[in-house]
Design a protein around this ligand. Structure first.
Ligand code: ZN
Length: 343
């Protein structure tokens, strides 16, 4: 089978790899669509992020969907020919965190396409993937394989909403309108947010933000004062989802969050400075959010029942042979939202 393998920054190759053996309780999936994520782009552009570096060749990818081609022994509830979205979250279900229901903090997590542990966890940009049956969620008829492959990043935002503590009747600020920010708009809308205002520094993504459900968008590179106006009377927003990883977006959010507002940090920006006095005096709750686990099934369900429409986010689809070009296009925010590979 062909696989998309990163060797080092800007060294992405299409290689022949062996298909894994099919074990009990497992299924073999012909991968048909795979979304390029920000972390895949970090590996491609920089060879990693933070302390995480590529130390051996690794198949990228963790946002995938496809069709089951073979069943291992003991598999029930799935059949050859079923179309499935495959969750990349593979916790051990035995460590202390797993036993507390915090599988996203599993000590032995084998999340696809991660260079955190050594040996690296190989990813899912490959023509054949052997997965556990419990990773596979059937896709409703009429849902495209491309929509199904967006279940993974959508699950990230559904988990962020759990971390926020509910959004019904809340005023929500979303800073950063890349794929995760845009999906957070869709997720917030589905969770009953009263008002959603989104910011970014370029216009094309703000147009998409409006299209998928933001009430108002602000280009904070051109008109930062439009956001600052919400700082009157100690703030306006109940919840901020910070999806840019940018320090200025974090600081601006603290200005316009109401006292006791919740700031959920989704974007990874490394070391930033924050106005501590404002966090203290406004009693802001700052929370991180990391991956997801059970929200993957909810994501597939919401997509399948047409409660959400993720289609506007797909801006490009390239065959596996054009993976390098696809990564270049995916990295250009002015013309790309979600770019996927086909296999
Ligand atoms: Zn575990």
């Amino acid at each position: 089978m062909k696989a998309v393998v990163i060797h080092a920054a800007k060294d992405l190759r299409i290689e022949e790899w062996e298909v894994e053996a099919l074990g009990p309780g497992q299924v073999e999936v012909a991968i048909e669509a795979g979304g390029i994520c920000g972390s895949d782009l970090h590996y491609y552009n920089h060879g990693g992020f933070g302390m995480v570096r590529i130390r051996e060749p690794m198949i990228l990818g963790h946002e995938v969907a496809g069709t089951i081609k073979a069943l291992g022994s003991g598999v029930s509830g799935l059949a050859v020919g079923n179309r499935v979205a495959v969750s990349p979250s593979r916790p051990c279900n035995a460590c202390d965190y797993c036993l507390k229901g915090q599988q996203n903090h599993c000590l032995n997590m084998r999340f696809y396409g991660s260079a955190m542990p050594m040996p690296h966890i190989q990813g899912a940009f490959r023509q054949r993937l052997v997965a556990e049956q419990w990773q596979c969620h059937r896709i409703a008829d009429g849902v495209s394989i491309h929509e199904a492959a967006m279940a993974e990043p959508f699950a990230v935002t559904l988990h962020a909403i759990v971390r926020a503590g509910g959004l019904a009747d809340k005023r929500v600020l979303i800073t950063g309108c890349g794929p995760i920010g845009a999906l957070a708009i869709i997720a917030a809308r589905a969770h009953g947010a009263k008002e959603i205002i989104a910011t970014d520094v370029i216009n094309p993504v703000l147009e998409t933000a409006l299209q998928v459900g933001a009430d108002r968008v602000i280009n904070v590179a051109r008109n930062p004062e439009l956001l600052s106006a919400y700082a009157a009377n100690k703030g306006y927003f109940d919840v901020q989802f910070e999806a840019s990883g940018n320090q200025s977006a974090l600081r601006a959010g603290l200005e316009v969050l109401k006292p006791r507002g919740v700031l959920v940090q989704l974007g990874l920006g490394g070391d930033v400075s924050i106005p501590q006095n404002m966090v203290v005096s406004k009693e802001i709750e700052m929370k991180g959010t990391f991956r997801f686990h059970e929200e993957f099934g909810l994501a597939v369900d919401l997509i399948g029942k047409r409660r959400v429409d993720l289609k506007p986010l797909l801006t490009g689809s390239f065959p596996i042979e054009e993976a390098v070009n696809a990564f270049e296009v995916a990295g250009d925010r002015t013309r790309s939202m979600k770019v996927q590979l086909t296999f």
